[in-house]
Design a protein around this ligand. Structure first.
Ligand code: UDP
Length: 238
């Protein structure tokens, strides 16, 4: 039986990952699938924290390009991540996986506020902790929130599960000759401006040597395989 290579990980899911084949919002089938995938690593005893994006519902930068004030638009984006986090919590708990949602913007009636020590305690007790509302500040992304939280909780690695199977030197949807990039340094990823994560997230990871793995969520078993040390997707390291 494959054994997990990490004790504590942070999994970043984009909002779009929850959309499935819908063009907006949350696909009930997809969220079940994601919950099963997460359950497979929780079952191995891996302490699992999650940051969920909100792009399937609302993106601040898109709204601001239509004239909305960026800070207000980003507040809406952060609220979208709370909607996704609650949906994921529900799907996980239906499968008897214990969870806690912690929000970076206080909303006590809905979820716990983000408290680092409490989050770590939940992880130690085997609960999945879902960090919602990004960093709590506008002008950031949930990728940056994921790197930040991963470092705060001392996760050994950040797994970014996406729709594509890793990093490419250009958009593989638009360019059929796009080349797959298996391993890359933080600095190279920054210099080449590969659009896998925003620059703020990558530089924060670089400052603290947090390894990043980018891989496809759509291949069943991938999360577990990455956690068990299979060389899947693309790696950004030193
Ligand atoms: N957001 C923010 N601050 C944060 C994280 C997110 O303002 O720390 C807002 C921002 O408007 C962003 C939206 O929340 O567009 C959704 O997050 P993101 O675009 O990172 O989601 P994803 O692309 O992962 O679905």
């Amino acid at each position: 039986m494959a054994l997990p290579q990490f004790k504590r990980i942070l999994l970043k899911l984009s909002g779009e990952a929850l959309m499935g084949d819908h063009s907006f919002g949350i696909s009930p089938q997809m969220i079940q699938y994601v919950a099963d995938e997460i359950g497979s690593i929780v079952g191995l005893g891996v302490e699992t924290a999650i940051v969920v994006g909100g792009g399937n519902i609302f993106r601040g930068i898109a709204a601001s390009s239509y004239g909305m004030d960026r800070a207000s638009a980003d507040h809406m984006g952060m609220l979208a991540t709370v909607i996704n986090s609650l949906a994921l919590q529900d799907a996980l708990e239906k499968k008897d996986i214990q969870t806690r949602v912690q929000t970076a913007i206080s909303m006590h009636e809905v979820a716990e506020p983000y408290i680092l020590r409490r989050a770590v305690r939940h992880l130690e007790k085997g609960r999945v902790v879902i960090f919602a509302a990004g960093t709590g500040s506008p002008y950031f992304t949930t990728d940056t929130a994921a790197v930040l939280r991963a470092q705060e909780i001392h996760a050994e690695i950040l797994l970014k599960a996406t729709k594509v199977d890793g990093l490419y030197d250009s958009d593989p949807v638009e360019n059929k000759d796009a080349e797959f990039v298996k391993n890359i340094t933080y600095m190279e990823a920054l210099e080449r401006q590969l659009k896998v994560m925003d620059m703020t997230a990558i530089s924060l990871a670089m400052d603290n040597q947090l390894p990043l793995v980018v891989f496809s969520l759509n291949n069943k078993g991938n999360i577990k395989n990455v956690v068990c040390g299979e060389d899947i997707g693309s790696r950004i390291t030193n």
